[in-house]
Design a protein around this ligand. Structure first.
Ligand SMILES: [Zn+2]
Length: 529
């Protein structure tokens, strides 16, 4: 049985660059292009050469990728020919395989934004596409506001699209630019377009403003479109673009699509998609969405005790695909609803070797329940849970003892008369009967304490030299200033390990200190100190 080919077009580096808080450097762009190429997308849209210096430079030293490298730009301006349009000249100068033109296809926008006639707009599309084709380059036309345009004036919207096709554009991409169109409307409109332009020349560019970016892409495929645009992790302005990290696993793992279509991503690459998604977040310094379909840390997490035992017996009861297929992993959460099966599953995942009838397992469960009653949460603190369990199993030595610590904070004028706050911490630790005293200043009490504790741990210092505090979160519950505070800290090291710990106290500094201690002890335990 032959399957139809679907083309994947990634616009992370162009439309995704519109994301609030995202600013790609040249190096970011290179790394992301390589990431996308390794994944197996067919097109990587690099940006808008001529529009900003980063994009111009990115195109002048084009990355070495197998995927087609696309440059984005506008069709010619009214009143001049494509051959005399400096914007188009810049696009042709860029080292791109494909030129993606954006053109208006909503009559209202042509009048308001361009101030030209509908005929001039159509002529602009025809001349621009033909000119680039004559220069031997592939052309894609992004039909801006196509769906709104089609609802307002179907003849005009269709004429714009058909004109590009007739002049040799490879793909006519229907864009839901403001993201407001619903799946059934997408399906109906794409169906009518494919009566005029063959579906293997029609693409979809969806946004997620109604939470339907992915659903709209699939609606278009069902209606005959064979080219899908999207971004990694759904990056994009407002609510983002259609998320390729959701679309790709669905295409490969869901029978309806897997049997009918093939894409450039194979099963081996699919098993790296979780890693690719997180690498992008890492590059952009964003914390990954835990609840992201397929790739989120919680995508295969089960909390309730009764569900957990069912998952362990037969994962299919609560999992629609296997976590391994997308490079993710199953996670049974340790929580106050935990039963013995959760604890056993979690110990197994952490590689703790213990028989299920070992009475110590019940003691670990009791301890977890007691701690959770005090406000501890181990769901986001794997390392603290592992320490607790291994301690109860007698596997963790007492590396050091904190005799005492003190933190003082001062708010004062500095030499230039500005108000500054400075914190200073003193920590006394005992290692092998010897007391070590460390002092450090920090921008806040927790920072000072952390720096002091880690500045001298005697013979253990070399094991924690590359330890880094990556994320620090505080949650206060039960009301006012006398409330209970829970601190979650994420640590990392040069080997790329990441681990999270928790501390709870009515005092935020004390809670932070517990979490820091767990972080250090876990690292020493793993290092075999
Ligand atoms: Zn867009």
């Amino acid at each position: 049985m032959t399957r139809e080919r679907l083309t994947l077009f990634d616009t992370t580096l162009r439309d995704g660059a519109q994301t609030t808080g995202v600013d790609f450097s040249l190096e970011d762009k290179r790394q992301i292009a390589t990431l996308l190429d390794n994944l197996g997308v067919d097109y990587v849209e690099g940006g808008y050469p001529g529009a900003n210096p980063t994009d111009t430079e990115f195109f002048s030293k084009r990355p070495k990728i197998k995927a087609k490298f696309a440059a984005f730009g506008m069709t010619k301006r009214a009143g001049r020919s494509a051959a005399n349009d400096p914007g188009i000249a810049a696009l042709l100068d860029a080292k791109a395989d494909t030129i993606t033109f954006v053109a208006k296809t909503w009559d209202y926008h042509v009048h308001v934004a361009l101030g030209c006639t509908l005929e001039e707009n159509i002529e602009g599309i025809a001349d621009s596409v033909a000119h680039v084709r004559k220069a031997g380059r592939e052309v894609i036309l992004d039909c801006e506001h196509f769906f709104d345009g089609y609802k307002a004036n179907p003849d005009f919207a269709l004429t714009c699209a058909k004109t590009a096709y007739d002049n040799g554009a490879r793909w006519i991409v229907l864009c839901d630019t403001n993201g407001g169109t619903l799946p059934h409307e997408i399906e109906a409109i794409v169906t009518s377009v494919t009566k005029v332009i063959p579906g293997d020349h029609v693409g979809i560019h969806a946004h997620d403003d109604t939470g339907n970016g992915v659903a709209n892409s699939f609606a278009a495929i069902r209606a005959g479109a064979r080219h899908i645009q999207g971004t990694l992790n759904g990056l994009g302005e407002r609510c983002g673009n259609a998320n390729l990290v959701t679309i790709i696993p669905t295409l490969l793992l869901k029978k309806e699509y897997a049997e009918r279509f093939e894409i450039g991503v194979d099963e081996g690459k699919l098993a790296q998609i979780t890693q690719i998604s997180r690498t992008l977040d890492e590059l952009l310094n964003r914390s990954p969405n835990k609840h992201a379909p397929y790739v989120g840390a919680s995508a295969f997490a089960t909390k309730a005790g009764i569900h957990a035992s069912a998952v362990m017996k037969d994962p299919r009861t609560y999992e629609h695909v296997t976590p391994e297929s997308v490079g993710n992993r199953r996670k049974v959460l340790v929580s106050d609803q935990a039963g013995k099966s959760n604890i056993l599953a979690e110990l197994d995942r952490l590689g703790v070797d213990v028989s299920k009838d070992d009475p110590r397992v019940s003691r670990v469960l009791e301890e977890v329940k007691e701690k959770e009653a005090l406000g501890y949460a181990y769901e986001g603190a794997d390392a603290s849970f592992e320490l607790l369990a291994r301690r109860m199993l007698g596997e963790v030595p007492e590396f050091f003892d904190v005799e005492r610590f003190r933190v003082v904070m001062e708010r004062r004028h500095n030499a230039t008369g500005d108000f500054v706050s400075v914190a200073e911490a003193v920590v006394k630790v005992v290692i092998d009967g010897q007391t070590l005293t460390s002092v450090a200043e920090g921008n806040g009490p927790v920072n000072a304490l952390d720096l002091a504790l880690r500045s001298d741990l005697g013979k253990y210092q070399r094991h924690i030299a590359d330890l880094e505090l990556l994320d620090y979160r505080v949650r206060v519950f039960n009301g006012g200033t006398d409330a209970v505070t829970r601190v979650l800290i994420e640590f990392g090291d040069e080997a790329g390990q990441r681990w999270s710990t928790v501390g709870v106290s009515s005092n935020v500094i004390d809670a932070s200190f517990q979490a820091i201690l767990d972080g250090i002890n876990w690292k020493l335990m793993k290092a075999g100190a």
